[in-house]
Every structure is written in structure tokens, then in C-alpha cells.
Write a protein that binds this ligand. Sequence first.
Ligand code: 13P
Length: 251
Amino acid sequence: MQQIIAANWKMFKNATEARSMISELSKELNGKIPENRKVIIFPPFTVLEASFEAGKEIDGLCIGAQDVFPAQEGAYTGEISPQMVKDCGATWALTGHSERRHVIGESDTLVAQKTSFALASGLDVIVCIGETLEQREAGELYDVLARQLHAALVKLPTPLNPECIVIAYEPVWAIGTGKTASTYDIIEAHAIIREHLKNIIGVSVFETRILYGGSVKPENASEILSLDNVDGLLVGGASLKADSFAKILLA
Ligand code: 13P
């Protein structure tokens, strides 16, 4: 199975910047993604279509939305539906990113609704989970991961292709801080996630990929990718520049 290397651009880049980053990335990669990798870029909504069009230069590049609302249309001012992002070329969505949980205040219930609605609408989904520093220091790692995972995956559509759902473990204290989780921390958290996924997904659990995110850089990507139960990376800051993102996806 291909490892996933995903770029979360967060609230950065206008259309000109998005096009130029993707065109530079294409040059770095000679227009081709390595066969053992799947690459997904999550731009802001406003540049989804521009990124999709520019991304045609890179064979196999996928585009995703950083969030979706759990309804196809309606009186939901400011929200964007799965069908709308699909119309712009997106085939993936992120749900439950820690910035949405902790800055915007999204609940486990809303994350679950978004996840199941996006999957039922034909998008593949990366669900983000992870503990805060306070929770880790209070010894709550296992409980927080179990709660977020079971809550987010409570209403999966059936039948479900286990490859369409991906979990990203992003410890909140490692996001944008330059503090990467240690290899021990990553192995421990990913093993907990795999154990719970077994109960939720069943026998095909190894077809569900688990990504690590939090201060991933060209210097640490290859070591993290070699760890048990790590099936890819979700990259923030280092995905904004073509040369550093290319180094990570070629690691
Ligand atoms: P950084 O790579 O900037 O720490 O961000 C991680 C992240 O939040 C990806 O979704």
C-alpha cells in the first residue's frame, strides 16, 4: 500500500502562490510522484480549483478540502459542502484538525457528522486526532485517543472501503512548535490507534493508514516514515515551500 504524504496549507496562499508552488513542485519531481507514495495537497477553499488545475502537471497528485460541512446544500451561511469541493476537483477532505477542535471549538459529534457525511458523499477522509500537552501530562493519552477515534468513527457508512478512511495522529503540542514527538511517543500512539481501529474496522484494519503530523521536516521525515504503524505524514509549515515538501515526499 502507498504511504500518504499530505500537505495542509492551512490559511496560507492565494491563487498565484498556489500555482507557483505546484509548478515548482512539479519541477522538483519531474512531474511524477514516486510509485510508493500518494500525495495530497489541502489548500484553502478559495484556491482549491486553481490548485486542482495546476496539479494536473503532476501525475497522480490529489487535492483535498481542509474541512466540509455535513449537508449537501442549505441555509448554512459560510459553510461549504462535500459536493462543492468535489466540483472544484477535491477527492479528499480533512476532518477534526486540532485547530478546528481547539480554536474554532468543534465537538467530537460534529467531527463524526462531517466524517460520515464526507465519506457517504464519495470523498476519502483523513480524520485528525491528538492530545494536548495537559492531557498527556495528566496520563490521559490512551483515553483521549480512544474517545476521539470512537467518537469520530461512530457512524461510518457501510460497506466501507478501509482505504478511504485515514487517521492522522497529530499531538497538539507538536503542531507548529518545532517539537516533534519522539519515536517512542509516535510508536506508542500509533499502536493505541491501530488497536482501537481493529474493533471499529475489523479484519481489514491494516488497509486503514495512520499518518503522523506535527513539526515534520525534511530532516526527520524518513525516520518517522520507517516506524511501526506509520503509513504516512501530514505536513503543515514544511509543505508550504516546494523544495522542503519535495524532500519530504522523496524521503
Ligand atoms: P506543522 O507541520 O506546521 O507542525 O503542522 C502540522 C499540522 O497541523 C498538519 O495538519
